[in-house]
Ligand binder design. Structure first.
Ligand code: CUA
Length: 139
């Protein structure tokens, strides 16, 4: 076996091992995001439709803004009434696809009070760009 062939094989083996390693060390992070805490402080239904967001709170109130308390664990139940949208809070590095006919459960815990843009990040038609609202994190 010549040197070039040996180098090629060791590169392939090394790259494969590296990919498996990265996958392995990502598991705890993926698990943490996928696992909803047992007792969230708040549960909010998030409805996406062309071209607006609707937030339904457990007390029965409905809003076009998402308002939470800083530090609270907030469980979101997201669904779409028409096409695929994407719930994206750029400043919190938080993004999840919103799928018609499916409820996606995920949680967030914003801990810095303020207002953040929620922007749809999946092209969903004519007014996709204006499909945005605010996440209000209260003290
Ligand atoms: Cu909804 Cu883009």
């Amino acid at each position: 076996m010549d040197v070039a062939k040996t180098l090629e094989i060791s590169t392939i083996v090394g790259a494969t091992a590296l990919l498996f390693y990265i996958g392995f060390i990502s598991l705890p992070v993926l698990y943490a995001f996928q696992t909803i805490p047992d007792d969230p402080d708040m549960v909010v239904e998030v409805i996406a439709r062309q071209w607006a967001w609707e937030f339904r709170y457990s007390d029965g109130s409905v809003s076009d803004r998402l308002t939470v308390k800083a530090g609270d664990v907030v469980k979101l139940e997201l669904t779409s009434e028409d096409v695929i949208h994407s719930f994206f809070v750029k400043d919190l590095f938080f993004k999840v696809d919103v799928i018609p006919g499916k409820v996606v459960e995920i949680w967030m815990q914003p801990d810095v009070p303020g207002e953040y843009w929620i922007q749809c990040a999946e092209f969903c038609g004519k007014f996709h760009g204006s499909m945005r609202t605010r996440l209000v994190v209260e003290e």
